[in-house]
Write a protein that binds this ligand. Structure first.
Ligand code: 5AD
Ligand code: FES
Length: 347
């Protein structure tokens, strides 16, 4: 084995220069993949955890330059699911075997803390054996605390990029990298299992930015890291920016698995959109989570974060089946447990 991959695997760290070398040299790829898979098997065997994703609102007060549901996009019909709708999704998901529900949406002020807490409490009451994950953006410490007390245990908030200057090129001036990071530390402090992550090959991203992302993740120590390629959306200012490529995402998945041996790493929908076998390749390079869509069919095409998003025409049962098949085809198997992070100490 080459010294550098060996070093990354045994020390879970490298210098900036060494990381850049792996990121820019293709001859390490095969070894990186093999070692990432070996480490994933040490901790998680061949298990793939599933999360049922419920995209409950595409209203958003933010205007992120890359995102299809940004406030300024007028070409989008907006929707909100009622508490009843959401509980229906959970019912269907539960019957399909899901034991984690991810409530994801834009930053939609209609859903006050009270409404969110009610939704969480209802799900918690009806499905006490399930984990509830929120992915609803930047909120105050007190809001996060209220959701936690209502029964949400996990929170996904990608940092998108850890570099302030880069962050400001992807987001309007109202949003800040500092606040994003502060939110992530608040979530950890409260006791959530936290998911962070970045877009790979987003416009203006440099190699140094990626190193900064890795350093930030080392500082935060999240339980989950979600990464996927940037994909352009026709109704955003970044419509003419090139899509990310497969290689850098796979390289980063491999590096993340070796740096964070026990972290949960999803093979993301964006990766599956970029390449027909993107998620399978992700799983083979250290990823161990897939998040099939549980949203009602009638709203799926409206939750278009980027063009050509997959799974927008498929029933929940189809996505569930499809995911199982895909995992099986490469020698892994989906497991329907809650799939908590291995290093997470419950308080
Ligand atoms: N391309 C790729 N990923 C995107 N996301 C949003 N817009 C895009 C895009 N155009 C990702 C962001 C966000 C997550 C929900 O989806 O990283 O955190
Ligand atoms: Fe949705 Fe394959 S996971 S159709």
């Amino acid at each position: 084995m080459s010294e550098i991959i060996q070093k990354l695997r045994t020390t879970q760290n490298l210098s900036d220069e060494e990381l850049k070398l792996i990121l820019t040299t293709d001859s390490y790829d095969e070894e990186l993949t093999q070692n990432a898979d070996a480490v994933r098997r040490e901790h998680y065997g061949t298990d793939v955890y599933l999360r049922g994703l419920i995209e409950f609102t595409n209203y958003c007060k933010n205007d992120c330059l890359y995102c299809g549901i940004r406030k300024s996009n007028q070409n989008l019909s907006r929707y909100r699911l009622t508490e009843q709708d959401i509980l229906e999704c959970c019912k269907e998901g539960y019957a399909l075997g899901f034991r984690t529900f991810v409530l994801q949406g834009g930053e939609d002020m209609y859903y006050t803390d009270e409404r969110i807490c009610n939704i969480i409490s209802e799900i918690h009451k009806n499905y006490p054996d399930c984990a509830i994950t929120l992915s609803i953006g930047e909120k105050s410490y007190d809001s996060y605390l209220a959701y936690f007390k209502a029964g949400a245990e996990r929170y996904l908030l990608r940092h998108e990029t850890a570099n302030t200057e880069h962050y400001s090129k992807l987001h309007p001036a109202k949003m800040s990298c500092e606040h994003r990071k502060k939110c992530l530390f608040n979530l950890k402090k409260i006791g959530y299992q936290v998911g962070a992550g970045m877009m790979v090959s987003s416009p203006f991203q440099t190699l140094d930015n990626i190193i900064e992302d890795l350093r930030f993740l080392q500082e935060l120590q999240p339980q989950m890291i979600g990464i996927g390629p940037f994909l352009s959306h026709q109704d955003t200012p970044f419509k003419n920016k090139p899509n990310g490529e497969l290689k850098p995402v796979l390289k980063l998945l491999g590096i993340l698995r070796l740096m964070f041996p026990k972290v949960l790493l999803p093979a993301t929908t964006a990766l599956g959109t970029l390449h027909p076998l993107g998620r399978e390749l992700g799983l083979k390079t250290g990823a161990n989570v897939i998040m099939p869509n549980l949203s009602p069919i009638c709203v799926r095409k409206k939750y278009m974060l980027y063009d050509n998003k997959i799974c927008t025409g498929d029933e929940s049962a189809q996505c569930r089946q499809c995911t199982e098949q895909r995992a099986k085809s490469i020698g892994y198997q989906v497991v329907m447990s809650r799939g908590d992070a291995k290093d997470f100490e419950k308080r």
